[in-house]
Design a protein around this ligand. Sequence first.
Ligand SMILES: [Zn+2]
Length: 320
Amino acid sequence: MIIDSIAYPIEIEFPDIIPYKVCNTGVDWITTLDSGVAGPHVMISALVHGNEPCGAVALDWLFKQEVRPVRGKLSLAFMNVAAYNAFDRENPTASRYLDQDFNRVWQSESLDDPEVTRELERAREVRPIVETVDLLLDIHSMQHKNPPLMLAGIQPKGRALARQVADPEWVVCDAGHAEGQRLRDYGGFSASNSKKTALLLETGQHWEAASAPRAIANAIRFLRTTECVSVDFGEDFLVKQPQPVPQRTIEIIAPVTVQSEQFRFAEEFHGMEIIERKGTVIAMDGDTAVKTPHDNCVLIMPNRRLQLGKTAVRLGKLVD
Ligand SMILES: [Zn+2]
């Protein structure tokens, strides 16, 4: 059953990113700024999903501030620009991607495969730069109006970085999706023996007005945390934003993957519901009941576009 009934207003102005096409990296839409001083390669990426403009808003803001790294390198990357350009206000969810989800192709089996899709072509183009990145913030947003989330992966290093950024309130520690790996999990980002670390920010609903300043504020905090910019960078902007609250961490136990053509949720969940009792039926997947595996189970981002083999919802455990 596909429920896509909630039409959210488009309150965010999609920035004109044309000025950022021709770059100094040899790869369109990725600009790398080099401080000339030793330090990590920090990247902020936007538009991994074409209908999620907040990352582009943050990058546009950073460009207009003429951000410059004080150590290491800073890359500002617009990823699936073709999907962004396909955005249609009459059908705003359609441009998440063109041929396949850009955020599920990040494994060498896909990237090295001869298969050609527009997303794979773009991923292959940006891959050599991504492989040199030490610290990544990948900015996304959500289908539904949920509080912002920081997806930190399953390694302690991701959780530690999310804690240092100290925004937003909810930190979600998860392994990703059965259908394919995300950019934030690619290569060293998810390897325990690598210092490379990535965070994925979900700013809130894709087009809600509050998502845009959240993206900018989080980008500022991320750049400060990585010491890519000075400690007072973006202060004028940050003082006008809501101050961060103490963080709470959720560990994802397992994603629920759609196994049949007849998957339906027991209720119209919107996300961040806390189901108190273990064994509560939250969905039927064909004839199989999907039950909460433990008490105080948090429903993370239930999917409205339910398709076979895709993630229906992720179940989390409140840990602190
Ligand atoms: Zn996204």
